[in-house]
Design a protein around this ligand. Sequence first.
Ligand code: DX5
Ligand code: ZN
Length: 242
Amino acid sequence: MSPPIRIAPSLLSADFARLGEEVSAVIAAGADLIHFDVMDNHYVPNLTIGPMVCQAIAPYCKRGSIEKESQVPIDVHLMVKPVDALIPMFAQAGASIISFHPEASEHVDRTIQLIHSFGVKAGLVLNPATPLNVLDHVLDKLDLVLMMSVNPGFGGQAFIESVLPKIAAVRRRIQATGRDIWLEVDGGVNAKNIARAVAAGADTLVAGSAVFSGGDYPKAIASLRVNAQLHAHAAEAFAEST
Ligand code: DX5
Ligand code: ZN
């Protein structure tokens, strides 16, 4: 049976003047996670939002009625260097998952331990050019691998197709661990290419512009989900082309 597909709208493409409303709207529209992009104008050439904004949106990350309320995880993607000092701040601000880039930490294993020490799930992010050997001695300790399908720094970029075989290779490594490690893909994901990402092994898909730019969030998320289900067909096409 196919694993569940999670859709994670990226707030980078939301209206920053109305972030709380935007979070509520995408959750009502079916978002499984809220993807929170943190950029520092140092590791990446852009500057976005920090722990105070994470704390401000946390009360909006809820689904359901007062009697039966559930938390929608905040998926923090740190594009910052150095990274360690921000981890306690995001943990206290309500992050459920914190992912970081190995290039941004002098001690990757220590940073993973630091994230876990707050009871938060830890993810490692691979840029399109980051070699897979960064996973060699830490994959077993991770809860999530985040594969960038654009170079980090901006929303609205085109999906880099050459990342697909890399996603497939990471899926094989995850399978070899026997652990339920999520494989998230981030950058340029849309209704046209999502099936290929899922076919390659992704189970969690970040989508910024594909969700927020059209204005109809339920329709955009439904369209991503429906197209993701076509992965079986895309898997065949992918296998034939490789
Ligand atoms: C890029 C960010 C992504 C990106 C997603 O550095 O990490 O989360 O904003 O936005 P789209 O889906 O528009 O590429
Ligand atoms: Zn991101």
